[in-house]
Design a binder for this molecule. Structure first.
Ligand code: ZN
Length: 348
């Protein structure tokens, strides 16, 4: 059954009042203090209000005491004596109608995410010499949590570690060594000679059992506000997202958000995540040297969104290295459609 976003919000409100229910920490479930089926107290009855998945339907209810499950919202409403709130099948199609989900086979997309532990000793910081050298501002620390393991975990000495947050949950992390490439290379040459461990520039989650594959994640996903954010700029990495947000002052801008795909590729799962929040327009902001990858991503995205490419003429530049006016120029005069990009850039 299709439930419009207005209906969803309204029903959450009504159910909260009717059943004295409260949203849980992740805002994915309404916790009902007294089960309407068995009367058991202690918040054993939950109603799912998170994003729909193959297994989880909106407003499905389950009691962990009596085991009663309802999968149909109207059944639940009848059962609690609020048939007046029943969702009519046809009346709830808004002008936007159903998003383009049907173009992707929902069952094939596994978007279930596990919660991931940050490295031992990790603590958020609001000051860091390395991040300062990369232009971090007060707002950046506020909006983009980052921390270190403060010398308590040798595997992460000299790394800055950014949690990847999805619907309020930590679902991964990006860990970047604070030395520059040259210093790491020099160190590793010595380390190889002496049989010591080499330093990796990145030391990310995803290696341990139960940690999510990065193809299922988007950095800064929660900055996309469902049905408010129309346009998403797709970057390669964490530092691109933060630099772009800072330089274009997007912190509080709910119309436009920047996210990262952790490389120059976009997966079906990532596309689905953007669709699920009602995004309509995407701008690919991958580094200028990535012509082939940009073209491939553009073809793929163009099936689902109005797609543009932020064409950065200088292939050595990216959002992190460009200043406000360079970036402004790209967005004001150098947005290309996939066809224009194909004709003008790919064939150069
Ligand atoms: Zn029960």
């Amino acid at each position: 059954m299709y439930i419009s976003r207005e209906d969803k919000e309204f029903l959450i409100q009504e159910l909260s009042v009717e059943l004295h229910a409260k949203l849980d920490g992740g805002r994915k479930n309404l916790i009902v203090p007294v089960c309407p089926y068995c009367g058991h107290t202690g918040g054993k009855f939950g109603i799912y209000v998170g994003p729909e998945t193959a297994k989880k339907k909106l407003f499905m209810g389950h009691c962990f005491s009596c085991g009663h499950t309802t999968t149909d919202v109207n059944q639940l409403l009848d059962d609690i004596g609020r048939s007046d709130l029943r969702i009519e099948e046809t009346a709830s199609f808004g002008p936007v109608a159903v998003p383009q989900f049907f173009t992707l086979d929902e069952d094939e997309i596994d978007d279930e995410l596990n919660i991931v532990e940050m490295p031992e000793g990790w603590k958020r910081c609001y000051k860091n010499p390395y991040l300062k050298s990369r232009g971090f501002s007060f707002d950046d620390y506020e909006f983009f949590p980052v921390g270190t393991t403060r010398g308590l975990n040798f595997k992460f000495d000299d790394y800055v570690v950014f949690p990847i947050i999805d619907n309020g949950d930590i679902v991964g992390y990006i860990s970047r060594h604070t030395w520059d490439k040259q210093r790491i290379d020099e160190y590793n040459t010595q380390a190889r000679l002496n049989g010591k461990y080499e330093i990796r520039r990145y030391n990310n989650s995803g290696c341990k059992e139960g940690e999510n594959d990065f193809v299922k994640l988007l950095y800064n996903y929660d900055a996309i506000v469902e049905d408010e954010t129309d346009t998403v700029i797709i970057c390669e990495g964490v530092f691109d997202v933060i630099a772009l947000t800072r330089k274009l002052d997007l912190y509080e801008n709910h119309r436009i958000a920047a996210v990262a795909t952790f490389g120059k590729k976009i997966s079906d799962a990532q596309i689905y995540k953007l669709q699920a929040k009602g995004v309509r327009t995407v701008i690919i902001g991958y580094d200028g040297d990535a012509v082939g990858s940009i073209n491939a991503a553009a073809q793929k995205l163009n099936e689902y969104f109005d797609t543009y490419i932020a064409f950065i003429e200088d292939p050595t530049q990216d959002f992190d290295s460009m200043d406000f006016w360079d970036i402004y120029d790209v967005f004001s005069t150098n947005l290309k459609t996939p066809i224009e990009y194909g004709l003008n850039v790919v064939q150069l």
